[in-house]
Unconditional design. Structure first.
Length: 238
């Protein structure tokens, strides 16, 4: 018997997208569930995020390996409010049974991380896997180890605090800030078909301050504009 079988670990990695993105992906199907789910159904997501979302759906049993919707997806989409939380709670209890068992034993945060490392994840991906799980537990009301809640707060702070390299446990004062330089707006335009006109979007964004979800949304938007504009350009050449 393999180690994965002993640990009830799937060959597929657990979700490593934000839980908010996952809920948004579910809401996409409130207008209808297609017979096959593939990347393009989330057209506002970047290419990478589309693939990660597909992985999350397959891990949770919402679609099979071919992208065919499973009954669990319809149940989740049809449910609303607290009913959706109850439906998702059933999925979490099934797919994360070993992790939840650790929570009942008041396991340490290190033990939780070690459990997810068995899926072959590490570094930033491991952190995202853990965060998705903890956010899902919070959303569905699952009981977790008290040590995990404290660690989760630390994880959130670590995203906002830059490591100064100090070894005395104290945060060093930040270097004097430089006067902010005005950002030049970037204009992206697309020529519509049949000489219907031009759509122009002005971008004035500080990329260093974007959170992951905004970055994925913006990247998807730019990709859509670029692809559409190139297609129209090629059609005009022909």
């Amino acid at each position: 018997m393999t180690t994965n079988a002993l640990l009830n670990v799937s060959d597929r990695k657990p979700p490593y997208i934000s839980f908010k993105t996952f809920l948004t992906a579910i809401e996409t199907f409130e207008q209808g569930i297609p017979p096959t789910i593939e990347r393009s159904v989330w057209h506002t997501f970047s290419g990478g995020l589309q693939g990660h979302t597909l992985n999350a759906f397959k891990f949770l049993g919402l679609i099979d390996e071919a992208g065919t919707p499973q009954p669990a997806l319809k149940q989740l989409v049809d449910s609303k409010g607290d009913e959706r939380k109850i439906t998702l709670k059933t999925l979490i209890e099934d797919k994360y049974s070993k992790a939840l068992e650790l929570g009942k034993q008041n396991a340490s945060f290190q033990q939780l991380q070690d459990h997810f490392r068995n899926f072959g994840v590490s570094g930033g991906t491991l952190e995202m896997v853990v965060r998705f799980f903890l956010d899902a537990c919070e959303y569905t009301g699952e009981k977790c180890s008290p040590f995990w809640a404290k660690a989760k707060k630390t994880m959130r702070k670590s995203r906002k605090i830059t490591d100064t390299g100090a070894d005395d446990g104290k945060r060093q004062p930040p270097p004097p800030s430089q006067p902010a330089q005005p950002q030049k707006p970037n204009v992206k335009s697309v020529q519509l078909q049949n000489e219907a006109g031009t759509v122009a979007i002005t971008l004035s964004v500080d990329l260093t301050k974007l959170v992951r979800e905004d970055w994925d949304w913006l990247q998807g938007l730019i990709n859509n504009i670029t692809t559409y504009g190139q297609r129209n350009k090629n059609e005009n050449v022909q």
